[in-house]
Design a protein. Structure first.
Length: 283
């Protein structure tokens, strides 16, 4: 009987310690949607609610989702009780004041019945963006899109340190003039924010020596191998179903794109349309 009591006491303290460690390892993350008059507020609330639930269920985060959370933590009801978020800076300042480690900004745009969702995560302690994600959905798929984003945030980055892998391997997807064939190459491990073609070219160049946009043929190979590329990262860095820029010119004013929903080759004006993209580099 004495041994049994000792066992129960030991087990109790062991479980308590585990729960304490788990609680200590949780990061605080604030999430907020950027205002958009073209998207119903009810739909935004559904998305943000599902996103918050998904992040909480991941076990990695304590999620602050609205102004009430900050009122309770900061005790500043008179200052914050009215209106929505003013801008990114306000959310960052409130997040820091509330002791949050990270802030997640979500923007939802609607075009012809399709909702385009972009999100970026900022490390509040370091003041730098650590991750960005893009995806699209129809109205019925909004809750699942939010859960997918939550999974990507939870699994796709080391948010605690603010470190993120800038590249992954695209198998036999890039052309090498040296070998005269397709070889393995490095590829951005997540979609870059939608930009015009010229801005996309500049962004890839800014990543360092050798980084560039893939050609049309290279991007078609990346499309064919997209599942393998994502699997190689443990399911992280999923591709959207949007058009991706290529470096292949159609004419003086347009470049080819590849749609990652069906692999179709399209084209876009280089100065007017903003498409997502991935950068590549051959060693």
């Amino acid at each position: 009987m004495k041994f049994y009591k000792i066992f129960l006491i030991t087990a109790f303290f062991f479980v308590t310690c585990l729960l304490g460690i788990s609680a200590q390892q949780k990061d605080k993350i604030v999430i907020s949607s950027l205002p958009n008059e073209g998207v119903p507020e009810s739909l935004i609330r559904i998305f943000m609610g599902a996103l918050g639930d998904g992040l909480t269920e991941s076990g990695r985060y304590e999620v602050l989702t609205n102004r009430r959370d900050f009122i309770e933590i900061l005790g500043q009801e008179s200052e914050f009780q009215e209106g929505g978020w003013v801008n990114d800076r306000e959310l960052i300042e409130l997040g820091r004041a509330a002791g949050a480690n990270f802030a997640c900004f979500v923007e939802i745009l609607e075009f012809d019945g399709t909702y385009f969702i972009s999100s970026r995560v900022t490390n509040l302690e370091r003041g730098v963006q650590t991750a960005s994600f893009t995806l699209q959905s129809d109205r019925r798929g909004i809750p699942e899109a939010a859960r997918q984003l939550a999974r990507s945030i939870a699994a796709g980055r080391n948010l605690t340190t603010g470190q993120t892998t800038t590249r992954a391997v695209a198998p036999k997807c890039c052309y090498s003039a040296y070998t005269g064939g397709f070889v393995d190459c490095e590829i951005s491990n997540a979609d870059e924010d939608a930009r015009t073609y010229r801005d996309a070219v500049e962004h890839c160049s800014s990543k360092g020596e050798g980084w560039r946009l893939p050609s049309r043929d290279e991007l078609l190979e990346i499309y064919k191998n997209r599942i393998e590329i994502v699997d190689s990262q443990g399911g992280r860095g999923e591709f959207s179903t949007r058009n991706y820029w290529t470096s292949t010119r159609r004419n003086d004013h347009e470049h080819f794109t590849v749609n990652f929903n069906d692999g179709q080759i399209n084209h876009s004006p280089v100065t007017m349309i903003r498409n997502v993209f991935r950068c590549v580099r051959v060693d």
